[in-house]
Design a protein around this ligand. Structure first.
Ligand SMILES: NC(=O)c1ccc[n+]([C@@H]2O[C@H](COP(=O)([O-])OP(=O)(O)OC[C@H]3O[C@@H](n4cnc5c(N)ncnc54)[C@H](OP(=O)(O)O)[C@@H]3O)[C@@H](O)[C@H]2O)c1
Length: 255
């Protein structure tokens, strides 16, 4: 049984994609356009968004950490499309950091973009959809939020918080007819993971991630996690007691 309503057809769906200019967001935007959705693209880099849209999508630049700019983009998209059927809240940033390198300013930036940014967007979307009794919100977290991992000191904490946030959104919004999807990718080749200097297991391309995301939404899944050969191992690892989890993580990552 699916936890959200299924989606049979993307044709005409009005989708607001936040964090659309590169990587997973860009690939998802391309696929949505191919499938006939009406897509609105938001992130900071207007030139990249215009290039991606190529006249086939609406461009509404905004910074998720700037509530006024995000509200202006939301209003603009609602006006341009006459409403929104679904939002994919995907903006995020990453900086690998070990405990002995922790810098409070870097930590604050990651929390602002990844966590507060997603909450800023949801604060516009949740009341909007709840009032209509329809719509969907998809939040991109990460398998890095399942449990502590070396180099993910701050990034993983923001994603763990987003997982909890999406769970509670689901509890509140599903009974009101609003779908909530939690997207937990494994490693995907994008400008964000180009920062990693270690071998990334089960690395996939952004196009494959986009196909997984749309398939998960179509199937009405709450958690959309991929690639399964990797996410299943991580889920099992996180069921272990800490006395087994910590040494295994050291051994597997070599860190
Ligand atoms: N790649 C992976 O392996 C992986 C794995 C798990 C989860 N994720 C998550 O997937 C999402 C997309 O990441 P990606 O890998 O595709 O990285 P990416 O190519 O760096 O894309 C990040 C997107 O977020 C936007 N963004 C960043 N800061 C923003 C801000 N302040 N306001 C508005 N937009 C902002 C960027 O656009 P602008 O620069 O134009 O603003 C860009 O469109 C992130 O939430 C990331 O944490 C990625």
């Amino acid at each position: 049984m699916s936890l959200n309503p299924k989606l049979a057809d993307w044709q005409g769906q009005r989708v607001w994609l936040i964090g659309a200019s590169s990587g997973i967001g860009e690939a998802t935007a391309r696929l949505l356009m191919q499938r006939g959705a009406r897509v609105a693209l938001t992130s900071r880099n207007q030139d990249a968004l215009m290039l991606l849209a190529a006249g086939r999508a609406h461009v509404a630049p905004a910074d998720v950490t700037d509530r006024a700019s995000l509200k202006a983009a939301f209003d603009e998209v609602c006006a341009a499309f006459g409403g929104i059927d679904m939002a994919i809240v995907n903006a995020g940033t990453h900086q690998p950091v070990r405990a002995w390198e922790l810098d409070a300013a870097v930590a604050e930036k990651l929390v602002q973009v990844n966590l507060v940014g997603a909450m800023n967007a949801t604060a516009l979307l949740a009341p909007y959809f709840a009032q209509r009794g329809s719509g969907r919100i998809a939040i991109t977290a990460s398998v890095a939020g399942y449990g502590g991992l070396p180099t993910g000191l701050v990034y993983g904490a923001t994603k763990a918080a987003l997982i909890n946030f999406a769970e509670t959104l689901y509890l509140d919004l599903a009974p009101r007819g609003v779908g909530v999807h939690l997207i937990n990718p494994g490693f995907v080749r994008t400008p964000l993971t180009d920062l990693n200097d270690f071998r990334m297991p089960a690395l996939i391309e952004a196009g494959e991630a986009a196909r997984e995301i749309l398939a998960g939404i179509e199937a009405g899944q709450f958690e959309i996690h991929f690639p399964r050969r990797f996410t299943r191992v991580l889920k099992a690892l996180n069921l272990l007691p800490y006395r087994l989890y910590f040494p295994l993580v050291h051994r597997i990552t070599g860190l």
